[in-house]
Ligand binder design. Sequence first.
Ligand code: AMO
Length: 437
Amino acid sequence: MIKNLAALDDGLVSVSGWVETVRDQKKVQFVVLRDESGAVQLVNPRTTDAEGVVVDDEPATTISGLSQGSFVTVSGQLKHDERVKLGGIEIKLASLEVVTHAIPETPIAADSSLDKRMDWRFLDLRQPKASLIFRIQTTFEHALRTYWIEHDFIELHTPKLMASASESRAELFEVEYFDRKAYLAQSPQFFKQMAQSAGFGKIFEVGPAFRADPSFTSRHATEFTSVDSEISWIGSHEDVMQLHEELLVHAFTAVKAKHGEEILGLFGVEVTVPTTPFPRIPLAEAKEIVKSRGYEVPRDDDDMDPEGERQIAAYVAETYGHEFVFLTDYASSIRPFYHMRHEGDASLTNSYDLIFNGTEISTGAQREHRIDVLVEQAVEKGVDPAEIAGYLDFFRYGVPSHGGFGMGLARVLMLMLHQASIREVTYLFRGPTRLEP
Ligand code: AMO
């Protein structure tokens, strides 16, 4: 049912919205009007002359010519009728003003390709599913913030123009910056660690991140919203995982409470609030498990590949009845230089990836905070200390033990709502061949 009905002085109501359908019958016309709050049925009985023949008067003629998506403002008498599907009300038309006649040929239809729908994103977003996605995103982010604020975290907005790479150089966007080069931030990694050097203790940021990743997968974008948090005084990455799971439980509880029924109705998905602790499996063990299920992981010395992630998620679902799993203790060879390595076994790191419904949504780790070790690890990874001198300075004046994570917001939503691509849950997607709209 539409919610934005305004009462007029003369006992009528007024409402504006987009025309969804027009049913032009012999003696009566029905129009369904929609806005962001819902839909309402308008009814316009046709006028007949003395012989009972229908007359072409207004607003009947205008209604007959209304194209789908036209934007109109109407007034009329509100009638309650339980038989009317849209909330048991309808409006008997008194006046109708067409603000904009929509171009009759709609460029997209329900069966249009995803790419075509992205071309016409503002029309694509008119489906009720789409606005629900962004209301869920709002609730999700709000719940994360509530948790952080209740636990005394500080919110930061770190710069997105940087003088160096913060993650792999391979995925770096370079921009002209007056007489020098700048780079778009791949993550707030360095600056969230700087806050630990500054003594902020617990911080978070929700902001854009850029990756010059030429892939066309369903889970990669060149610009995405990264949910980041970083905390000091940790014993190991276990403390980061505990923060991470508590945050997710808090946010999933809020989403389920506010949108659970709508999500079930529109997406056919029952949101499950995860239980803690989430299962934790060292990466090497996870690879053995998927191998024992008959899946040959392409490389033992590499990250878990997407099929491996699906396989381990299936195992976790069967064994623990859980949608989440932390894969822990990644090999140093496949982790960035700033991850802390195991005490006594430098081949492994105090790090994890979080898998949700079979796809990675997050990477987290304890960071190396001892300057000598950090420089050594950078050099070993081929990172020139001179290039990250500013970052290394944070550690030259003492930094507590610390760690944190980065989580792709769109990936969480995609997997929560069982969508096939992050394009569906990103307001305006950016990929290698998409810079518009
Ligand atoms: P990582 O590079 O794994 O780690 O990124 C963290 C999370 O960000 C999301 N993500 C992406 N989402 C959409 N498109 C992309 N191209 C893309 N790349 C990454 C994923 C991923 O799990 N600084 C570390 C995090 C940390 O240790 O705090 C980092 O950026 O969901």
